[in-house]
Design a protein around this ligand. Sequence first.
Ligand SMILES: [Cu+2]
Length: 274
Amino acid sequence: MFKNFVYSLLFILPSSVIANEPVDWQLGFQKSASKSMSDIVWFHDYMLLPIITAITVFVLFLLAYACIRFRASKNPVASTTSHNTTIEVIWTLVPCLILIVMAVPSFKVLYSQDEIPKADVTIKAIGYQWYWGYEYPDENIVFDSYMIEDKDLKEGQPRLLAVDNEVVVPVNKVVKVMITANDVLHAWALPSFGVKRDAVPGRINETWFKADRTGTFYGQCSELCGIKHAFMPITVNVVSEEDYNQWLEKAKVEFAKEEISNNIKVAKKIKEIK
Ligand SMILES: [Cu+2]
């Protein structure tokens, strides 16, 4: 039984480390694909977890010690002590110090996420009930991204996560994401990049990421937005610069913003009239 458990752990852990999507029985985060997420993982693994473990073990020890040392049979006459200044100072100061130690890296991560470096690529994500719409404002590209139904899934496409039109971005480039919604609150979240921002109607929130490896990364709407909240996934395909440029060429034709085709129509009309 125990052996099986260890084997299954061995089986689960490496797969959860490699995948860019959630896996069955996963513990912990998905493998990071950006510096921002690596910082978050570091903060969790090497700061929060040790502190939480130490506090839990310490409190457990105190409880056990108090139960045994001060049990009724061993301690028939209860102590009437109600104050101990030294101990009160210690149990006020130590938690304060722990909070200060935690705050430094925490704020560092928070601010690095908030300060958007000069963007190489800008995309706009718009939440709709219940799908995501994307725009590349600098490239005049606009498209909608719907979840692929179970019956249409191709080999290797994860259920409830794959979409018909993926967001494509270049690797090692700063991607700024402007996030808004059309109807109700949604949230654009991509765990591997350490990105999660609310999509609020009538307001644009901004975030950014810089993917440090290529691959297909999956996220989901992370704000309860209605009956099909679970069916509006996010797929981001991180590709090399060349592949990105190739995709751009194709996308500019396939997903050309209507205004462009309208402009062409108008230009043609003007030519005809002339
Ligand atoms: Cu949503």
